[in-house]
Design a protein around this ligand. Structure first.
Ligand SMILES: [Zn+2]
Length: 202
């Protein structure tokens, strides 16, 4: 048996996380499945651990397992431990912020082959409008294993559909070669006409 993959992609503020949590909640409530929510983090030392994650829609909290984004494989131990604890399989694994996860393609394929349904939410493009991590590669797995791809919608302040995540540093459009981490940077969804990327080479 193999799992199926539900992919939720879009720019900033397209409600990806809310959609992920909604689906996780529905599986728990109606399908009586055990759903494990995973959150990649840069700063988990000493293995994966449970964190409280705010549900931006319901205002409620949901517990998620934080793991080192550089090593998703450490999650396999947590899945095994959980299955021993609850005395049954973990039917579904929900991964938020998938764009940050190293080896996301191989890790997701491994989970699908191990008969877990997988939900992945994440950004499709980074602020340079380039593919972000391995998110876009996952569409191949939807073809191969079945499931669905949801393009989460966001809107530019002009009212048009926003496909881009505009990065702003001190309120100004961030240049193409700006550093990955800048304190105080912000993002907003923009349409093609209003997306500005100073210094874009091509
Ligand atoms: Zn616009």
């Amino acid at each position: 048996m193999q799992g199926k993959l539900e992919l939720m992609m879009g720019p900033m503020r397209s409600n990806k996380t809310a959609e992920l949590l909604r689906r996780a909640d529905m599986r728990r409530q109606y399908a009586k499945q055990y759903v494990m929510i995973l959150k990649p983090s840069d700063d988990t030392k000493g293995g994966a651990g449970v964190v409280e994650s705010r549900n931006p829609n319901g205002g409620g909290k949901m517990s998620a397992l934080a793991f080192n984004s550089a090593n998703p494989w450490e999650v396999l131990d947590a899945i095994r431990d959980t299955e021993q604890q609850i005395g049954k399989r973990v039917e579904c694994i929900a991964i938020d912020e998938g764009q940050f996860v190293d080896e996301l393609f191989v890790f997701t394929r491994y989970l699908l082959d191990a008969d877990h349904d997988v939900l992945v939410a994440g950004l499709d493009l980074d602020f340079r409008a380039l593919p972000f991590g391995e998110m876009l590669n996952l569409s191949w797995l939807v073809n191969a294993y079945g499931g669905s791809i949801t393009e989460c919608m966001a809107y530019c302040s002009c009212g048009a559909r926003a496909l881009y995540s505009q990065r702003l540093i001190d309120g100004k459009p961030a240049p193409y070669d700006s550093p990955i981490k800048v304190p105080g940077d912000a993002y907003e969804p923009r349409c093609a006409e209003h997306f500005i990327l100073p210094g874009k080479p091509h």
